[in-house]
Design a protein around this ligand. Structure first.
Ligand SMILES: C[S@@+](CC[C@H](N)C(=O)[O-])C[C@H]1O[C@@H](n2cnc3c(N)ncnc32)[C@H](O)[C@@H]1O
Length: 206
């Protein structure tokens, strides 16, 4: 991208914290996070990791045989990700919700999209714009896995409470069928933080 990029509101605080976040983000595995959804994982294909952070999940999917696009608006995190997980199967892009404009020219459709710990960074208007865009990026029958954080907002970050029923209703209205939705405790052991994990499937008719 050329010129000065408009800051992504949801990414507030991540550039400054990037160095200190590596250890915790890399201390958990893709398998540990998405264990309860692994039986729903498509048999390889194309994957998109939105808000890919340090690249943990993108790299894990590449090792499983997926061709991965990893979208991450925080340059400092992208740099760590490229260093920690160099992989020819992962294409890193500087891109963000709600529009993911960088993917528009490519017209790729994905068999799997991940949004791990990202959705609560978007305000209501952004979420309303982002969900149809994510659905559009899924191939028919493609799956969306996501986790949504609940709990106090860390200093300097921007987060919102996202009601699960609102998310599911919005998804189903645009042809994303909910396959699973449940609460989990925090894998980093924070007692005041919990998560909702969801899996959706894009209906063929969308
Ligand atoms: C809690 S981190 C999660 C990183 C990674 N998915 C993981 O699970 O380790 C949230 C990530 O979302 C990114 N982010 C924030 N707002 C975003 C937006 N509007 N679009 C895409 N990514 C965003 C941040 O830069 C950050 O990397």
């Amino acid at each position: 991208m050329n010129g000065v990029r408009t800051p992504v509101p949801g990414a507030a605080g991540y550039a400054e914290a990037a160095d200190s976040l590596i250890e915790s983000y890399e201390s958990i595995s893709f398998e540990a996070i998405y264990g309860p959804l692994l039986d729903l994982l498509p048999q390889v294909g194309r994957a998109l990791d939105i808000g890919a952070g340090t690249g943990r999940d993108a790299a894990a999917l590449a090792l499983k045989g997926f061709r991965v696009h990893a979208a991450e608006p925080t340059a400092e995190l992208r740099a760590h990700a490229r260093r920690l997980h160099p992989s020819p199967a992962v294409t890193w892009i500087d891109d963000a919700l709600p529009d993911l404009a960088g993917l528009q020219a490519e017209a790729i459709r994905f068999d799997l999209i991940l949004m791990t710990a990202v959705w609560m960074h978007l305000d209501k208007d952004e979420r309303e714009r982002a969900l149809p865009r994510v659905a559009e990026l899924l191939a028919p029958g493609g799956r969306l896995f996501m986790t949504v954080r609940r709990g106090p907002v860390p200093p300097g970050r921007r987060m919102f409470h996202v009601p699960t029923d609102e998310l599911i209703a919005a998804a189903e209205a645009i042809g994303l069928r909910v396959l699973r939705s449940f609460g989990i405790s925090d894998m980093l052991g924070r007692r005041d933080v919990s998560w909702t994990m969801l899996a959706f499937e894009r209906e063929n008719r969308v």
